[in-house]
Write a new protein. Sequence first.
Length: 169
Amino acid sequence: MDDDQELFILSGYSMIPRHFRRLVRSLCRIRRIKQRRHHFMDYVIAYDFWRRKLPKDVVEKVPEVICAYPLTPRIVFASDRELGIYDDSPDENPIRYFFFTRFVPFKDDTQLNPKGEHSSLWSPADKDKARLAEFEKLVQGYGGQLNSEELEFECCKRDMYVSKRRPRY
């Protein structure tokens, strides 16, 4: 197999949906639809489209966005409440939008403890702060609004596809 799915610990900055929508609206126009409210994916698609249209040397400085969903189980049907049947699938809407600045391979759950031996994954390093400052400056250069004080530095475990193919030269 040429590609493989692997687990990684991602460290980076996240923002709440309201702030993400404001960021996207400041950077690009969301296509007009007849609904009163846009679906959250309209904003993700618009951000990704804006990012991909940037010059190649600039795209590398603009992080991809990952939607973070709640992990708490929720009840599927009201009639099943008495039976205690839960659905552990994520809720429909993201609770945060995550921009990762670095990642390491997942080894074990101790990496997910912010006060354990891997606590450095949970706090911004100088490179993370520099990338955020560069991103904020870039967004402002394109007429966008990004307030770095509205972002939180976090860590999460994520499946990512890694290409095992070797480039041909």
